[in-house]
Design a protein around this ligand. Sequence first.
Ligand SMILES: NC(=O)c1ccc[n+]([C@@H]2O[C@H](COP(=O)([O-])OP(=O)(O)OC[C@H]3O[C@@H](n4cnc5c(N)ncnc54)[C@H](O)[C@@H]3O)[C@@H](O)[C@H]2O)c1
Length: 294
Amino acid sequence: MRSSHARLGESKPEAKAPNQTTSDRLMSSHPQQRPQGSVRYDHSGRVVLVTGGSNGIGLAICRGFSQAGASVLCADIAEYPDLNDPNVHFVRSDVANPSDCQHAVELALEKWGALDVLVNNAAIQPASSYVRLEDLKTQDFERMLAINFSGYTFMAQHALRAMRKQQCGVVINIASGQAHRTTRGVPVYGPIKAANVLQAMQWGVEYARDGIRVLSVSPGAIDTPLVRATLEAQGGERELANRHPLGRIGTPEEIANAVLWLSSRDASFITGTDLAVDGGLGALGAFAEPYPMR
Ligand SMILES: NC(=O)c1ccc[n+]([C@@H]2O[C@H](COP(=O)([O-])OP(=O)(O)OC[C@H]3O[C@@H](n4cnc5c(N)ncnc54)[C@H](O)[C@@H]3O)[C@@H](O)[C@H]2O)c1
């Protein structure tokens, strides 16, 4: 993600060295003394549909697949920022609208003749939804349900139909750490994210014998516009970073890396399950002493 603001959890911002990625910079608060290893993915020839790919995590996923040689269709209500990337095609779609979902899948099939990967990523968490259930506005609830739950369902419905004809494909639902544990003041975001995990499990079981794998990925806090918009409601920047055992929040690229792996043949025996990419957030017990603030 390119932006001018300081990265969350980055206590000592450093000048960006040539070839240094966002992940490198976020992780530089704890420099590694030994070689770390890396993995490169080849998705050439594959067709990938990413919802909500114009910002944050979705943008990193689009860029990751593009760099790995895939043809990518970004379906979003906001325009894709890298319109000169020849591997990425943008279609304006509101995933809450079933006919937009159908159109996006049909467009991928028309353009490239197949659909290999669907990443259900578009979701919203308006600041006004951080309330007790009794104070939740009906329009906030209906919009979150329409995008975060129905949008995943409509997209998968059309994608799975195409994948079943091919007898192969991968669907990845971006869920959340809030699918697995909760706190005060988030009455619907987490429950819908829990449903995204169950969707992946159910669809994974249903379509396994058709050569299709379905998974969910549950991020911890990731430095994106969605998180930036609700920082105060989440206790502020340093507090949010400190809640993660790794002492920082994640980068969109760290979620994209998990998606690039899970959707590849290297993850061929993994389906119907969830992967936490959360800096240890989910492992930290509620009984644990909070980390001292630095
Ligand atoms: N950022 C985090 O810390 C975090 C943590 C856990 C899970 N997630 C999940 O990751 C996913 C991406 O989150 P993000 O932080 O990158 O969000 P973001 O707000 O930065 O980006 C979301 C994208 O979705 C698009 N979008 C919104 N409504 C849409 C609609 N109706 N149809 C199509 N596109 C639409 C937006 O235009 C935007 O490009 C979401 O599913 C979110 O719940 C994020």
